[in-house]
Structures are given as C-alpha cells and as structure tokens.
Design a protein around this ligand. Structure first.
Ligand SMILES: [Fe+2]
Length: 295
C-alpha cells in the first residue's frame, strides 16, 4: 500500500472545498506523534466526562467492550478482531472524505472507513471534516451492537441504490443518515440520551442537544426526516428521537423507491420547523438560530 496522505479540505476563494480520495490505507500507527496521542487523550477524557449520563448506555457499554481508552490512539488491528467477532464489521483506514458511492459500498460490505489522521491541538472544539476522533470514538462503538450494525449495512445498500436512482433520492437518504447516525437521540430508561456520532464527538453539542431550550426534539419519523433540511455549520435546530435501535432497522426495511418518488413532489422542511403530525417532545425556543444556512 502507498504511504498515507493527510487529505483535508482546501481553502479557496470560494471558501472550503471538500477533497475526495478513494484510497484504503494501512493505519500508519508508528507515525503518530506525541502531540497526536495527546490530542486523542484530551478529547477522550473530556468526552468521557461529558457523556456520563448523556450518551446511550449501549454506546458507553460497547465502547468499554472494545477496549478503547485515553492512553493512546487505538490500533485498528487490535480493534478489528473484537469488532469482527461481534458483528462482522471491520475498520479500514482512509485518508479523508470518500466519494458517496465508494462510501456506500464500504458500508454495504461491513467495512467502516476511519480517517487515519487526528485533528491538531488548536482544533479540539471544531473541525469541518471527519478525523480519527470523530470516526473512531464517535461511530465505531455502536457498530458492536448487532441491530445498529445491521442498520448501517442496510444504509450502505440503500445508498448504492439511491445513487442509481438520482441526486434527489440521495438527498433524502443523506438526511436520514444525518438525523440518525450523526445527530440522533434515543429514549432510554433514564431519559433522552445521545447516540449520534456528530454529537458524541462534540463537547458543546453533547450538552446543547439535551439541555438547551433552543432546539426541537421530535419523535423519529422516516419521511419527515427525509424532507428536513439540516445544519452543517451550527448546532442542529431539530433532533429526532428514536425509541430503540430496532425502530431504526424496521424503518429502513421497506423499499424506499416509492417514498423517493412521492417526496420528489413535495417541498422540503426548514431545519427548525415543527410540522403538523410531529410527535413533539420539546418545541424549541429558537434562541440563537440563524435564519439562513440550512442545507
Ligand atoms: Fe460521521
């Protein structure tokens, strides 16, 4: 395999432009610097503290079961036997963002792409693209859960299919990923908990999503989510709440093709709107929301 590169967004006169790469690389573990390990340790310890009582019990349990710790950046080679045994998934090293179809094909085949490089110390709180901490700390623990693992593979198969149908279908499906895998909440015995990777890897959003009066918290509804725009530059205006991981899996079992056709005739919802028929757990105050910027 080639020596891994660190592929990041490029800053141009049009703002940040994503750069895509398809290479699968060996994790260059011996190349991590002391600073890289320290960034991991700092983020890990900080999130462990924030997530106690906030993250899904299952997320925390599976994270312990995998043996991830603050001590050093985990080796994919050490995590993979544990993960393979649990659900048949494995981690593969990548250099940065993957093109959509490549990403879907990996998921469909139970390969989870993990960016090999970690953010710099000055980027602890925000990074505009996935890095090792987001991918590994945020996404991988729930891949140990058999139901969630099946959901992710089903999503990958759905992605390959949507890619063949067209860009509008992909927009609908991407929103599902966004509002579940990245920014999902789950109702557990102790109350609302976090399972979305974009939240569990962010200190600020871990507190905001559960404790702020600003966002809406709304019961999971597949088609509602597929119609809802979202935020990429600020905290979410709306979080969708599942009752169980089984609910996710069941929601994705039907063929989405007729749903895409129906949604193509309908307008999208703004990220912060509350719609008739919503199961509203909390109607957000909207404090601090920007009017534009939904994607
Ligand atoms: Fe992610």
């Amino acid at each position: 395999m080639n020596e891994p590169r660190r592929v990041e967004h490029q800053l141009t006169d049009k703002g940040y432009v994503p750069v895509y790469t398809t290479a699968v690389v060996e994790q260059p573990w011996s190349r991590y610097s002391r600073t890289d390990h320290e960034v991991w340790a700092t983020l890990f310890a900080r999130q462990q503290e924030v997530l106690a009582g906030r993250a899904s019990e299952e997320f925390l349990r599976q994270q312990r079961a995998m043996g991830m710790s603050a001590g050093r950046i985990p080796k994919f080679d050490e995590l993979n036997p544990v993960l393979r045994k649990a659900t048949g998934w494995e981690l593969i090293g990548v250099e940065g963002l993957l093109p959509e179809l490549t990403f879907f094909e990996h998921l469909a085949n139970r390969r989870f792409p993990v960016t090999w490089w970690i953010r710099k110390p000055e980027q602890l709180d925000y990074l505009s693209e996935p890095d090792l901490f987001h991918d590994l700390f945020g996404h991988v623990p729930l891949l140990m859960n058999p139901v969630f693992a099946d959901y992710m593979a089903a999503y990958g198969r759905g992605g390959v299919k949507a890619h063949g149908i067209g860009p509008e279908a992909l927009v609908n499906l991407t929103r599902l990923y966004w509002y579940t895998v990245e920014f999902g909440l789950i109702r557990e015995a102790g109350g609302l908990r976090i399972y979305g990777s974009g939240i569990v890897s962010s200190k600020g959003e871990s507190v905001h999503c559960l404790e702020s009066a600003a966002p809406n918290r709304i019961g999971f509804d597949l088609e509602r989510i597929m119609r809802t725009r979202y935020r990429i530059d600020t905290f979410q205006k709306t979080y969708f709440v599942i009752d169980s991981y089984e609910q996710l899996m069941q929601a994705t079992s039907p063929d989405f093709t007729p749903i895409y056709a129906r949604l193509a005739e309908l307008d999208s919802f703004p990220a912060g709107s509350v719609q008739p028929g919503d199961v509203v757990i909390q109607r957000g105050s909207g404090e601090g929301w920007l009017d534009d910027g939904d994607v």
